[in-house]
Write a new protein. Sequence first.
Length: 500
Amino acid sequence: MNAPTTPAHVAQFNRASRQAEVVRALSAVVPAHALLWQAEDTVPYECDGLTAYRERPLVVVLPETEAQVAGVLKACHALNVPVVARGAGTGLSGGAMPHARGVTLSLAKFNRILKIDPRSRTALVQGGVRNLAISEAAAPHGLYYAPDPSSQIACTIGGNVAENSGGVHCLKYGLTVHNVLAVRGYTIEGEPVTFGGEALDTPGLDLLSLVIGSEGMLAITTEVTVKLVPKPMLARCIMASFDDIQKAGDAVATVIAAGIIPAGLEMMDRPMTAAVEDFVHAGYDLNAAAILLCESDGTPEEVEEEIGRMSDVLRRCGATAIAVSQDEAERLRFWSGRKNAFPASGRISPDYMCMDSTIPRKRLADILIAIGEMEQKYGLRCCNVFHAGDGNLHPLILFDANDPDQLHRCELFGADILETSVVMGGTVTGEHGVGVEKLNSMCVQFSAAENEQMFAVKRAFDTQELLNPGKVIPTLQRCAEYGKMLVRGGRLAHPELPRF
């Protein structure tokens, strides 16, 4: 490369020089075929499922052994090079978006199920194993892995650990954190570390709960010990229609208040049901303002009793129609629409941004009404689908990323949803993580002191802040700048929220 003569040339020269240095160091650790640095090879890694934000990594490395993972981390630590872990790339908050001057460490080759132990009802798997593959391997023993995100056919258990993923059955069976016994991995210094253990409780601080949901900021996950649960003898699903979203929202709260914990309790609004019905033909009521999917599982006697109780509650709450699955094929058909909500949205819009926040169940109708008003405000459509049982929203804002103005309005729309969720007593994320997407919204929910506490935890594991830097926790400077943006015409957008 010729000597640089302009700022752009200087930047290009510096990148090429740094890249060559990193490639030389990593070439001593992994075989040549495990290193990618040419533009055409690294472009596929420039984003995760949140395609609105992209960055090309300096180098991509695909280690095949734990010794190679340790070697890569030691080399990067010595060179002060950022490292971003990547699983299947199905994340929806930009958590796996690369660092421009860093290494993307792919765990794609860590895809072996090491042990299924039916007696202890556990499975030991590598971080790159697909979520659904665990249940498939455990099926001959009458067991399965309960957390089932909609991307379970593709997403990896390491990514599930990073984001503390849930799924449509998380209300009864819990999130990833409730279904994992141990996580093994490596620190940024390349040292092995284990969180948790095979016992139900382990001595000392509960660091397992800390690392699950830490979005790759504390350690690189290579092995996970998960709990397996028995497959229920029977499962049946109610599909209930409502002519008013307020009634549907109230029905969710009433079911839980009645002491019923369904295996699944999901809600979709009319635009979402129209999109998925056209895609998978699940038999949804297209005239309903909202539909609920309520599942019961257990013994035939338990299911019969619970289905009856839930049906009674739903009728009292104003359900206009109730259908109960009569066999397994019909149950799966009911769920097929919910599981395909995201691809169905992709069929009706060039792009969509899937938001993720959590609110109290009693505010479900309120947030849907507010989102309807935001559609008018920002001039964009929004389809709503969410884990109603625990108030975890997934609004899908439809837009065209080729139009910068639409992208900008989409970002404002998304931030408005998150901040309104906080005002209603909720949080800015439920299971998709913060990544880069919600950094500004973290400034609304947490004070400077709280953010500094989170930084302190990160520095305890990663002194140089090399693991997935610039994500999840907003800096004081960023929050100060965002605080200025929140003031419109001399008035705070949300004066009821604490400022810092």
